[in-house]
Structures are given as C-alpha cells and as structure tokens.
Design a binder for this molecule. Sequence first.
Ligand code: AGP
Length: 741
Amino acid sequence: MKKTLNNLAKFETLASDHDPTTKASSANSSGITSAAFQFHHSDLFSVHFDQHPNFTEMCGIFAYLNYDVSRERRYILEVLFNGLRRLEYRGYDSAGISIDSSSVAGAVRSPSDPPLVFRQEGNIESLVKSVYQEVSATDLNLEESFSVHAGIAHTRWATHGEPAPRNSHPQSSGAENDFLVVHNGVITNYEVLKQSLLRHGYTFESETDTEVIPKLAKFVFDKANEGGDQTVTFSEVVLEVMRHLEGAYALIFKSRHYPNELIACKRGSPLLLGVKEFAEEQNNGTSYNEMNFISKNGHPKELFLSSDPHALVEHTKKVLVIEDSEVVDIKDGGVTILKFDNGKRKDGKSLSRPASVQRALSILEMEVEQISKGKYKYYMQKEIHEQPESLTTTMRGRLIRGGSSKRKSVLLGGLKDHLKTIRRSRRIVFIGCGTSYNAALAARPILEELCGIPVMMEIASDLLDRQAPVYRDDTTIFVSQSGETADTLNALEYALENGALCVGITNTVGSSVARNTHCGVHINAGSEIGVASTKAYTSQIVVMAMVALAIGADTISTKQRREGIIESLLNLPGKIREVLKLDEEMKELARSLISEQSLLMFGRGYNYATALEGALKVKEVALMHSEGILAGEMKHGPLALVDETLPIVVIATRDQCFSKQQSVIQQLKARKGRLIVMCTEGDAAAVCGGSCRVIEVPQVVDCLQPVVNIVPLQLLAYHLTVLRGYNVDQPRNLAKSVTTE
Ligand code: AGP
C-alpha cells in the first residue's frame, strides 16, 4: 500500500512562487496559512479512523474568558451569542450557554454560586430571545461587572435525542450545575458509562451521549474529595474523565468548584484557542499586545475557544490549534497545555500520563469580511456573487502563459510528482457526495478527452454499500468542500486499504481529506458558510479542468485544445460577472414559479451535471421538489410527466449536444411542455422560436460552460427560497458538513 503523506507540502494550495501577489490571499476556508500549519497543522480537524468518524456529531462550541479586563454581563452575553452566530452553520436546531450568577457584592465567587444555564430549542435568535426574557423575569443585573469571568456556549445539530432544551448543551452534572460541558463529537461508549453512573445513583435528564461527561466529572471530583479536603485540580478531574471516554470529541468544561477557570480538550473534533492580550499598564482593553506566546500569568487578556476560526477572527488573529489528546487549562490569566504522549495505550484501553507542552501561536489569515455577509443579506447570496473573485483565487498562480513560444500550461504543485503514476492508471475514479459529486460529473468529459483514461463516477456511500472493486492501479480522486464528509472519508479509507493512489480536492487545509490522501489540490474558494454549496462547486470544476490539463499536458495532438481551454479559464471570471447580471431576471422567474410543486431540469453531456446541481440547489434551499434528468433518458420515462403545467428547465447551450437538445425541446413543445430554455446568447429565437421562456448565457469553451450555466440556477434557487419564505443559509434538516453516516 502507498504511504499516506500527512503533509500539507504534498497538497497544492497556491503556486505562489509563480505569482507574488498571491500571498495575502492564500488563506483558504480553514483561514490559517499553510505556512503556519507547517508547525501546527498535524492534528487539525483530525479524525482518526479508529475513532468512529462516521458518528461525529455536527455542532459548534465556543467559550469566552476575560481576565483582568472588566466586562459587564450584557457584554459577556453578546460575545457568547455572536460566537454562536458565527458557528450557527455547524448546527442550528438548538443552542445554549452558561454564565456566572450574581454574587453578593464584593464577595469572592464560591461553590455556593451555581452557574446559570440557558438552553433553547431552535436557532440562536430563539436562544437570545429566551435568555433576555429570563433575565428580565429574574431581574438579573446585566450591568454587573466581572473582572474575571468564564462563559461557555453551544449550537447543536441533533443526532442523539430530538432538539429540545433538555438535550441541548451545556449538559450538566445535576441540579447544582457542579460541572457543565459543551461537546462537539460523540461518545461511543456512553451507554456503558451511563449504566455505571446509574448504578452509582446518578439520574439522567437527556437522551444525549454528552450527559455522561459532566456526571463523570462530578463522580471523579466527589471521589477525590471524599476525605473532605479539596485538593484535586480541575485539570486532574478532566484528565481522569478523558481516560474513560471513547469516541471523537472537543469539550469545554466549566465548574462552580473552579470559578473563573475553563478546561478544554479534544480527540478527533476540531478546537482552536484564540488569545487577545492587553499591555500590562493598560488594562482598560485599549492596547492590544502582539505576542507570539501566551504570557503565563497576570497579564490582562481575553481568551476564546471555538470549533472553528469563524468565531475568533473578529476578536483576534492569534490562535493556537489544539491538537488531539491535549488538555487546555485556562486559569489566573495563564494557559497550560497538557498532552498525553499517545492518544491511547498500546492495549487500546486508556491514555498515558500527560506532560506539559509549550506551543507558539499561529496567525489567522482570515478577514472579518470573509466571514461576514458584507452588503448581502445572506451568505448564499454573497457566495453566489463572489464567484468571479473566488474563481480568480482558485486559478491564481496555476495558469502559466509565457516564454517566447507563448506556451500556455498549468502548474499544480501538489500533483506534479504524481502525474506519471496517474497517467499510467487503469482508471480514474471520482468519489464524492452531493454537490462535490456533481462537480466531478461536470469535469468527467474533459478528463476523459484529455487523459484518454476511463473515468468512473462513484457516490461515496454507494461505493461502500457495494464494496465496489478498487485496484492498486486506480487513481481515486476524492472531492469534498469541507474535507470532512463521513461517507467520503470512509470511501477514502477503503481506497487506501485497496492500495489505490488517493488524490484529494478540497477547500479546507488541514481537513481529513487533505491529510489522508497521497496528494491533491486545494480549491482556494475561501470560506463557504451557506449550507448550499455554490462557489465551491464552480471552483471544484475549474480545479478538475486544470487537473485534466495537467494530466494531458504531454499529448501533442491536444495542445491546441488545451491552450483554448486555458485561454477560456483566464476569461472565466469576466464571463461569470456577465452572467450574474441575470439576477433580476432570475428573481422574476422565481416569482413565476413560487407556488409550483415541482421543477424538472433536463441536461446532457457537460450539462447533465448542471441539471443535477441546479435541481439539488432548488430542493435543498427552496424546499421544492426538483429533479435533474439526463435528457437522453427523456423518452425512457420522464416524458410521461410532461404537460402544460409542470415547469421544465432545458439546458441547451452550444456544444456537441446542441442539436440533440434542440430535438428534445421540439418533443417537449409537441407535448405542450412549459419550458424554460437556457441557451447561448443570441440563440433564443433559434432555440424555441419565441414560444418559451429563455435564459441567455454567455458562451465559453464547452468544458467550462457548466461553470457559467449553474450561476442562473443558483440565483433561481436563492430567489425561490427568499420568496417562499424559507431560510436560505440554514435549510431545514441540513448541516454544512455531513460528518455522520
Ligand atoms: C451542497 O449544497 C450540499 N450541502 C451537499 O450536497 C454537499 O455538497 C455534500 O454534503 C458534500 O459535502 P462536501 O463537499 O463538504 O464533502
């Protein structure tokens, strides 16, 4: 079996050595520069295959601790709520927070002050509303100032137990909230732990796997203090709890026994620490100190813990990527990191002894604008409209036009050492899910044409269900925006076991796809926050077209064709700018479809994928039934559905399938079909003689036409959703990253 290279150097991000302008924009969706990751990436978003990645829960965790910086309760609440808003795309069916209760004026907080817990079903705004309602009902003082305070927060996408306050986090050790935990991941041995805790008299309120954790912490704490002398430290309690946990998790603990202290730890699920330090002489929060290490004690500071960088960037760019088996203890203005030597003992049962480790901070190369909606109302809208820029970044430094011969070529640093092997492959097998699968389908014809190698398409779950044959001389290409999709990761593990060369195409540096494949290409589309994938889709197609150009680079007979494609790639952002001008027209079209039950999309050749992807967008956000249909299959069933009421989009832009699509249109018209035809600019009359609705799009080279053609359909899905009154960015029942099987 080929050795997996857990090294980002083997994974193409940007060929910046060919374009000095690329440096500033080289952060990708993870937001952390690859340079920084040379030191810290190794366990980022790490999901080890022996830790059941297929059951990882999709949630967001966040914490805010202010030390020696005076903050009012209202401010603390808002920081926690904003953190959750940034993480909401990770899960949005329930949320919760914990903050300190009011103490007697001037008194030191004591174990008799149980923290307050607020939990609510629904989105973050439902939580915010319920917290302020409770605050006013209980006269909680929002102006009370805390020079030190530790708050924790959670946004959930349910897997264990329905969305309900009792199943929301923080989960508690019991009525007095001795220990509180927010959790992203899953505890696979929770049933066993629950049974033993039940035997020790603990009662359970939720159906979550998480609830065993705070209860176990209380059990450990009570046992250690049976003599009445409280000497066990918070980190000792958590370390002991970790010894008993199996599964994947990122956890943050808060306890009334350890006021103003937080403990975080992780195995498998992502976790970052953000640090904002203030100069000692100015503790009023105005002077931000730029240090590369976290000062030990005493300095005023604000510390943040988060599942991903989106919730940190508005506060600080100094981050520490917490690695697997590390325990972070935030106390008295200092941060101590303890690390187990190995995740597990050799017998696989428990963890070895932890040792303190020194870590340098990394710089987050992410701007707030990247993760804010800017002038747009929704992320999906913003991400559709920023495609000219995201595509430019995807191609930057990778298309070479130069030399006296004006030769045009493609350089993909992460693939160049593997091109020979790929060219010798018996097959290329694309593997992905949802939009990523569709992007691969759109790129398949150009791979076949330029590489002359059979290209197979596999939906990751189906490949696994069939245990389909994968061979040592196959090149498998894993396509995933997040790089964390469970089905895709399981298929990757399967392909590795079968000895295939594994190539990754992902938007996320440090993701499992990036780390566990032999080589690959980052699509560099920037953070995609809307659950519906839009700009990642177009960047994926462009990357795969570049992969085809790189593999086919030494074939003389296709030189002209390749150069034409490169020229068209260079002009693509301008064409996308043109097609985005259809926004208003698509809104009009959406208005005419608002009450429909169903929408069909017919495509073929390069644009079969466009039909599938357009339909996926409509069904996933507009919650309208929509099917992408291969036009060649029309007469084998779908034609029966055609009547004067059912709207049908037919993609008939100019390529080798054009005349066949013209014939499809004629047949649909003969059955009084209600047609919306997408055609090349100037073709409207020729294509449907003025008797159907037309979407005219600019023409580009055939293999890139799907990149242009999908944009009006993305806009259509977006407007349909808004007009139908549904949530654009967080569609019902869906989460951005599908890390469960
Ligand atoms: C896209 O709009 C969907 N949200 C979904 O199909 C997605 O593309 C799929 O879950 C795969 O995700 P990945 O690209 O992160 O692997």
